[in-house]
Each structure stands twice: as structure tokens, then as C-alpha cells.
Design a protein around this ligand. Structure first.
Ligand code: ZN
Length: 467
């Protein structure tokens, strides 16, 4: 160990000479800037000349060909079920959503054995890291949580995860009380089993499927656990008109009104999709500080009608914290951001809606807030965690470089992510994971994928003759 020179501080890593999109409160973009990381934190950020005079680093990364951003948050992603079965068409043309769900989507999830879910989670995590996503909120459809957490830990990603719980019994042989008790027990166990410190990279949250499948008792238990343990809840709600129809028919109120009356909304709650809402539901979301997650690609391909029915511009005006999700890993979060930027410009005939600056906030600062880490991630600032992404400006999509904020949204995508740090640890370097042997994982994923599909007995459809 060498002693520092007088007046010089020793740090672990410095990225030097980069263009840094800080997302700090002044939204500084620093040309020829440097970042110093020590342990899991950012200890300095500024002009290279200023930092060079003060810091020496064990590892120096030449940032002259990088645009550096905070790590992004994918606030809604199913890390099992989809990653190993994408390309298997769900349902038949014209089949309605619930039939597709029951006959195609859920059987594919259930055909995953613990090892398959672990591999799937790792494939999903690496896909996200390669696209600049350093943190994510799982969508609540993991069946074998221990195996998934073990797999995720090996990738280095930051996440909030939970097991699949329902509580409403769709099987007549299982009593409603037994289903509710089992759901609550699962939530309590998972929250108590994994680290609850916000500093832990992986934390279990009481995640709910939402829609109409979680009875009030399960919502109340989840909210109590979230409040008592300083964790969050995430749940699907109202992608289609079927959720409001169910709630109106069974409770006499719209979904958000019902949840508000139950007392289960708040800043530690995130609802995903939220397309079929009334203005009074938007007001409730704003008053309670409830977060909203929109998944533009899922809305488009799911035929939600989000452009014609969604009130996202109204939500943004009301100050609701809007985050973005991929809802799967077939699209990266930068592409989701680009879609979000365009979605309501077209729908409302208003090109001023959701500019690049606002959409970038959704995948950084808003994501941090929804993860329960508002001062810890989401910006490159002293004291925040060193979750950092280097975008390679030698890639053609980045060339030439002018307004890098606009270019992040207009031209760049996850394919240009060269290096990624989480908690100051470089987890992607020169387009490769530093923690997982990707060739081994690819082989495992291929093997798991074909076993899963053959276990379901489904045949893979092709639109054209395969000869
Ligand atoms: Zn989902």
C-alpha cells in the first residue's frame, strides 16, 4: 500500500475526461469531466483539471470517448417467464387477454423449475446491465425466490424482488381464507428473510400481482409490511378496462378509489400500467404520492389503448412520479424512453409533451424515488452510490456528438453501453460481464429454454412455413 502524497486523496476508480450527464439539481452536463469513486460511493465529480489536482486512483478509466450517465432504472420487468421463452407466441389470433393469460402465459411461467428461474433471472439481469439498467423492480411473478436471488447476486445488479402471490382463490378446492393466509405468510417470510437495508443491493418487497387477484386482506398485509420495514409495494393495475369493471362491479368503486379507501396507497407504492383511470383517480394518486409505472412497448403491442385513454400528461402535470418499465426484457429501457417521448406527442398532437429531459428523469431520478432510494441513486453527485454507465461515443449511433441529452433519447440505445458500475463495482467492462461467464450462461439458457417449452407441451408457431 502506498501512502497518498500530501494534499492528494486516494480513491478506487476515476473516470477521466468524459462528458457527464449528471442529473444533479442544476442538471449540469460536464464536458471534460471526471468522477472519483471510493467504495460504493461517488466522492467527487467535476471538471477533470480540478479533480486531477486532488485525487489519485488505483484504476483510471479513460473517459474521452464516453458519455456518462447515472445507471437507469427499469421499474417493471418480469425476469422469469419471458426471457427464456420469448419467440414462443402466446395465444391464438383474436384470443382475448384473460384466455391468453390462462392458457398460454401462466403455463409458461409454471413450467419453470427453480434452476430455470435462476438462469432466466441471470439472463434478464445481464440484458439489463448491458443496456445501462443498474436497478430494477421485479413485476411480482417469481415462483422460486431463493434461487432467483442467488442468481441475481452473482450478476451484481441492484433490485427489488418478491414472490408471486395472489390470495384470491380461483381453484374451488382451495378456500379463500387458506389462499389469503398463504399469500400473507409468503409476503411476511420474504420480507423478513432478505436484507431490508436500503443499502443492500437486493431487497425483497411485498410485490403483488394486483389487478383483481389480491383481496383486500393481502393488500393491507403488504402495506403494513412495507410501512413497518421501509420497503415498497408494486402491483399491476388497469392496463385494460377489465380492472375498473371488476372493481366497480365488486366494490362499487374504481380501483384507485377502492385502494385509497383501504389506506394502502402512498409514496412506497407503485402501480404499473394505470391506463384506464379517471381524473379523480389521478387526483388520488397525486394526493397520496403513489408512483406510476408506464411500459410504453407493452402498451403498444398489448393494444391497451394507452394513447387514446391514458392520462399520463395529466399525471405529469399533477406531479405524480412517473417511472418507465420494459415489462419484459425484449426491449431496453432507452428504447422504452424513446417510445414514451413520442407516445403522447402523437396522441395529443402536441410536440412539447415529454421532452428528452423529462423522459431521462423518468429512468433516473424518478426511478430512484420509486425504488425508495431518492438520495442514493439516480444522479452522479457526491454522496450517491456509484451506479454509473459509460456510453461508447465511438459507436455510429453516437457520432457526431452535439447535444448529448437529446442524443441519449434520439439516437443512442443500450447497444452502446460499454461499461457499468453498481455500488462502485465494475460489473460490465468492454461489453462483457466481469462477474458471469456469459458463454456458460448462454448454454444453460438454451438448455433450460427447450426444457421449459417441451414441458408445457406447446408447439412453437411460425407465421411462415419453416422448411
Ligand atoms: Zn407486468
Amino acid at each position: 500500500m502506498t501512502a497518498s502524497k500530501p494534499g492528494i486523496d486516494s480513491v478506487d476508480t476515476m473516470i477521466v475526461g468524459a462528458t457527464i450527464v449528471t442529473m444533479n439539481s442544476d442538471r449540469h452536463v460536464i464536458r471534460d469531466g471526471s468522477i472519483a469513486m471510493l467504495g460504493d460511493s461517488i466522492v467527487a465529480v467535476g471538471k477533470r483539471a480540478d479533480l486531477d489536482a486532488v485525487y489519485e486512483a488505483k484504476t483510471i478509466v479513460d473517459g474521452r470517448h464516453f458519455v456518462v450517465t447515472p445507471g437507469f432504472t427499469d421499474a417493471h420487468v418480469h425476469i422469469t417467464g419471458d426471457p427464456l421463452t420469448r419467440g414462443v407466441r402466446r395465444g391464438e389470433p383474436g384470443m382475448d387477454f384473460s384466455k391468453t393469460l390462462m392458457e398460454w402465459v401462466i403455463p409458461l411461467f409454471h413450467a419453470h423449475e427453480p434452476h430455470d428461474e435462476q438462469v432466466s433471472a441471470q439472463v434478464a439481469a445481464l440484458r439489463m446491465l448491458h443496456g445501462g439498467v443498474t436497478s430494477f423492480i421485479e413485476a411480482g411473478t417469481v415462483q422460486h425466490l431463493d434461487d432467483v436471488v442467488e442468481g441475481l447476486q452473482k450478476t451484481g445488479i441492484r433490485s427489488r424482488v418478491g414472490a408471486w402471490v395472489e390470495g384470491r382463490s380461483f381453484d374451488s378446492s382451495v378456500s379463500e381464507t387458506a389462499a389469503i393466509d398463504s399469500a400473507i405468510e409468503t409476503l411476511e417470510k420474504e420480507v423478513n428473510r432478505f436484507g431490508k437495508s436500503p443499502d443492500a443491493r437486493i431487497v425483497a418487497w411485498p410485490l403483488l400481482i394486483g389487478h383483481a387477484v389480491n383481496p383486500d386482506e393481502v393488500w393491507l398485509a403488504a402495506k403494513r409490511l412495507a410501512d413497518d420495514n421501509d420497503v415498497g409495494i408494486s402491483a399491476h393495475m388497469s392496463p385494460y378496462a377489465s380492472d375498473p369493471a371488476w372493481f366497480l362491479g365488486n366494490t362499487g368503486k374504481r380501483p384507485i378509489e377502492h385502494l385509497a379507501d383501504l389506506g394502502v396507497l402512498g409514496e412506497n407504492v407503485s402501480l404499473t400500467h394505470v391506463v384506464y383511470v379517471s381524473q379523480s383517480e389521478v387526483d388520488i394518486l397525486a394526493e397520496t404520492g403513489t408512483n406510476v409505472i408506464f411500459c410504453p412497448y407493452a402498451a403498444l403491442v398489448g393494444g391497451f389503448g394507452a394513447a387514446s385513454h391514458g392520462l399520463f400528461p395529466e399525471m405529469a402535470r399533477a406531479g405524480i412520479n412517473i417511472m418507465l418499465g420494459s415489462d419484459g426484457v425484449a426491449i431496453d429501457i432507452m428504447n422504452s424512453a424513446r417510445l414514451m417521448s413520442g407516445f403522447f406527442k402523437d396522441a395529443r398532437n402536441d410536440e412539447t409533451l415529454f421532452p428528452a429531459t423529462e423522459v431521462l428523469e423518468m429512468i433516473t431520478l424518478n426511478g430512484a424515488k420509486g425504488m425508495g432510494l431518492p438520495q442514493r441513486i439516480g444522479a452522479i453527485e457526491v454522496g450517491r452510490k456509484a451506479d454509473i454507465v459509460c456510453h461508447d461515443t465511438d459507436r455510429l449511433q453516437w457520432f457526431p456528438e452535439f447535444d448529448v441529452v437529446e442524443q441519449l433519447l434520439e439516437t443512442a440505445n443500450g447497444a452502446g453501453v460499454h461499461s457499468v458500475w453498481v455500488d462502485g463495482e465494475r460489473v460490465i467492462e468492454d461489453y462483457r460481464s466481469t462477474k458471469i461467464d456469459e458463454d456458460v450462461l448462454r448454454a444453460q439458457a438454451r438448455e433450460s429454454a427447450s426444457s421449459i417449452v417441451s414441458r408445457t407441451g406447446m408447439s412453437v408457431h411460425h407465421p411462415w412455413p419453416v422448411i
